[in-house]
Design a protein around this ligand. Sequence first.
Ligand code: SAM
Ligand code: TMP
Length: 405
Amino acid sequence: MNKCLICEAEYQSFVDFGEMPIANAFAKKEDLVDEYKFPMKMGFCKSCKMVQLAEQPERERMFHENYAFFSSTSNYMKEHFKKFANSVCELQELNERSFVLEIGSNDGIMMQNFVNRNIPCLGIEPSKNVAKVAREKGIEVLTEFFDLKLAENIITKYQKADAILSANVMCHIPYMHSIYDGVKALLKDNGVFIFEDPYLGEVIEKTSFDQIYDEHVFLFSALSVSHLASMHGLELIDTEFQITHGGSMRYTLAHKGAKKVSNNVITRIKNEMELGLHTPEAYSNFSDNVDKIRDDLISLLIELKNKGKRVVAYGATSKSTTVANYFGITPDLVECIYDTTPIKQNKLSPGAHIPVLPYDQFRQSDPDYVLLFAWNHATEIMKKEKEYMANNKHWITYIPKVEVS
Ligand code: SAM
Ligand code: TMP
């Protein structure tokens, strides 16, 4: 039995991945001594409906000066965050007297849009290497972890915010009550807190189990977010589905009673209840579904190896750490992973130790099959590689099921 991070009720895990490394701990061979691992299990709390990791490594092991995830590697995501920022400008009628805060601003992919429009803004980003890239774009960044204490300091040194934004960060933070207390204190009366994260409904429907890794301590739904908001005098006033990161949800919160609640929220919660996300039954087949994908993919990779086919992977994603380690994909099944992120290149992938090579070498490597670890960027990547792959090469994808195309 585990204790819920939100309501402290006891709950049971529904999937157990065994010992897992840090998803972004790409390392040189000589640095791979005593690779850190932790027991990775996900559970559902019946009481407050939160889906959560039973254990998470300390935050400094994941977010530091060598953090390997740089948001701006995807052109699609640059466009996505430009539209996100523009929609906030309209919603809150922002101007040069407004103040916008982003929690987990990474390399400035979202904040640069506010800087371009002369809207005062501040990024909070504890990983120093990615924060440096944002500063080089002219964005003011505090290299600290956001929590209630930091929120109080920001109120003293700056002002309250018209909008607090966050993308793919809230689900990373186990100390949610301090975050929500901080947001409550920092928001102007008319302010909004808008965040997006991988959506629980999609993970369950597609069996996208690789959304589960050390950094993803929560998988949110409108059900769990509205409950959490109500514990802090906040209210879920809107939800909007996003196709990013394999299916995400954008949640808009405001002070309780300050703004009209959209019909979207009622419909979304109704849909989630129809899917049964409020009951343990929705999660009961998840583990078996993951194992079916594992068995199918490993059989395929062994068959291809026996036929003398060469298989490489594309995108050294955080998600791929769960796939490679839980499935037991080693370099004899998948030769290497090609990736555009310099900090990951010429290193070994966490746990499975598959070599990560610069993307520039992908086309000359001439593989027969390409395992798409970055399936969440499939549209962008498949478009880019269309001509090359037409040359009798095949993609292998595995969410929601194993397919060769
Ligand atoms: N927002 C970006 C995006 O969507 O591409 C970056 C997402 S990245 C997966 C998560 C980021 O959250 C990392 O840059 C990490 O350093 C940051 N982070 C983790 N815990 C945080 C906290 N308590 N406060 C602020 N940022 C945090
Ligand atoms: P993410 O799934 O966590 O966003 O990570 C995507 C990874 O895939 C990141 O390491 C960069 C890599 N990538 C490429 O190598 N080529 C591409 O075209 C894209 C979009 C991503």
